[in-house]
Design a protein around this ligand. Structure first.
Ligand SMILES: [Zn+2]
Length: 169
């Protein structure tokens, strides 16, 4: 499932990218352009624009009600029955949506702050932004978000291994 988010939904777009969902977003894209791209690329429109029902016609969209990005994420997950795949979390650049490449730890040396290099093992690289990412703060932040989206411990299903899923907590 691929998405395109409207100008109001920048934070939501980042959350979706962190989870590994292909999500286009630009704060410069106008509504007409948004519709065009969605139609041509077969993307689901995520929008807070109430005019969409009249304009979109047949192709698919999801109207987002909430203003809080985490609750918006929950709306999408619920409405579209999205499945979060643990393997895909942190595989996309949260700034540009490009797929990240895993890089060797040594290759990150000198390119990230020393304290980050010393305290992290997994690094990945966006060749579009030329930025290096590591599973530090974003990783922890995302797990917190998932916890909030799936209370009662059901988030374990999404963040633990297959072998542990379905057995409860
Ligand atoms: Zn990037």
């Amino acid at each position: 499932m691929k998405f395109i988010a409207d100008r109001m939904l920048g934070k939501l777009a980042k959350l979706l990218r962190i989870l590994g969902f292909d999500t286009l977003y630009s704060n410069r894209i106008d509504f007409k352009e948004l519709l065009r791209v969605a139609r041509e690329k077969g993307r689901i429109i995520l929008t807070k624009n109430t005019l969409i029902k009249k304009k979109v016609g047949k192709h698919r969209f999801l109207f987002i009600n909430d203003n809080d990005p985490k609750k918006q994420l929950k709306e999408i997950i619920t409405n579209l029955s999205l499945e979060i795949e643990p393997d895909k979390i942190f595989t996309r650049c949260l700034l540009c949506n490009n797929k990240l490449k895993e890089i060797q730890r040594e290759d990150a040396g000198g390119k990230v702050p020393d304290y980050i290099f010393e305290s992290h093992r997994d690094f990945s690289f966006c060749d579009k932004c030329e930025r290096i990412f590591w599973k530090g703060t974003h990783h922890k932040h995302m797990l917190t978000v998932l916890k909030e989206c799936f209370p009662c411990g059901s988030h374990h299903r999404y963040v633990t291994t297959q072998a542990q899923s379905g057995k409860g907590t």
